[in-house]
Design a binder for this molecule. Structure first.
Ligand SMILES: [Cu+2]
Length: 336
């Protein structure tokens, strides 16, 4: 009776595992990459998986082999109750994992630097610049070079690097187009960067993958990679849109809203991205500096801790700040 129950529950686990594995197969978009960054990341996932199989496969084989061979009823198997140590086994169980960890470390170190989200993609094609603002619970994409914007719909040419600058108008979100690779966190009062490219035309899922409240589940957008001509047509069409994104329409858009429709704007308030970012910097002296803010803050230097930066401010006058991964970056306005 006991045996039968155990068998049943084991079958249940096997069936459940099978269902989970099979049903997720069709949704493995991360491995079905459509761009150079995503492909490299998919490669890393696959190579890490294969390297781990070097341990996993022999373990699974030996679990079955040992339990069959050394079962109590098999009198032919060697019985050594006092056996304790083998140099050969010690060598294998130490050297193999060390080799695997070394290989994984090397690959991860090299690829992490290669795939740094801040690193521009090397290409002969001029990149398309997009400023991304996440709100509760929509995405705004501003094209500073064309002075147009679009809500919940990202259009860009394939085979062209896309340089994103991202900020949040509310809580922390996470910007992710799985088939292009590299998710990045987006925070209020801070600017982060991401460089992606699509090698194939198509419509890919873009989403927020950081839980951000009521509208989180529907905070998706289409990321459409088009031909060069189609992109130019789209820009021309966007410029004809009757909707404009001035401060008033932005304020309305930025209100909590779960299903803001896809809207194209034929013009955008100047420096809107910087304004959104700096409105959270009131403790720094506020939005006066925001409008003076410049595009590139790569030459910012590091400061660690708010007290230090306040001291810097007293010494150097007004500063602009941004922070990522827990660091605070400061820079004097006079530098520009
Ligand atoms: Cu830093």
């Amino acid at each position: 009776m006991m045996k039968k129950n155990r068998y049943k529950s084991l079958m249940g686990v096997v069936l459940l595992l099978g269902t989970v594995l099979l049903s997720s197969c069709s949704n493995m978009v991360v491995l079905d990459s459509k761009g150079p960054i995503g492909s490299e990341e998919a490669f890393l996932i696959k190579i890490a998986f294969i390297l781990m199989l070097i341990v996993v496969l022999p373990v699974f084989v030996m679990v079955i082999w040992f339990s069959v061979r050394y079962r109590a009823s098999n009198k032919k198997a060697t019985y050594k109750p006092n056996w304790a140590h083998s140099h050969k086994i010690e060598l294998v169980v130490w050297l193999v994992p060390i080799a695997i960890v070394a290989a994984l470390s090397y690959l991860t170190w090299v690829k992490t630097h290669e795939l740094d989200p801040y690193k521009p993609i090397v290409s002969d094609v001029k990149p398309v610049r997009v400023e991304v603002i996440s709100t509760d619970w929509n995405w705004l994409f501003i094209y500073p070079d064309y002075n147009i914007a679009v809500v919940n719909h990202l259009v860009f040419p394939a085979n062209t690097p896309v340089n994103f600058r991202l900020t949040s108008a509310s809580v922390m979100t996470s910007f992710f187009i799985p088939q292009l690779g590299s998710q990045i966190y987006v925070m209020a009062g801070m600017r982060t960067k991401l460089h992606l490219q699509a090698d194939h035309e198509g419509t890919y899922l873009g989403q927020n993958i950081e839980y951000s409240g009521t509208g989180y589940a529907t905070m998706h957008f289409d990321a459409v990679a088009t031909s060069k001509e189609e992109f130019e047509d789209w820009v021309e069409k966007a410029k004809q849109s009757p909707d404009v994104l001035n401060m008033a329409t932005y304020e309305k858009f930025a209100q909590p809203n779960t299903d803001y429709p896809v809207t194209t704007y034929s013009s955008v308030a100047p420096k809107l991205f910087d304004h959104v970012m700096m409105q959270f910097m009131g403790w720094m002296g506020g939005t006066d500096h925001a409008m003076k803010m410049t595009d590139d803050m790569d030459d910012t230097h590091h400061m660690h801790g708010m007290q230090d930066s306040t001291k810097m401010q007293e010494e150097h006058g007004p500063m602009i700040m941004q922070s990522d991964s827990g660091h605070v970056h400061t820079k004097t306005m006079e530098d520009k």
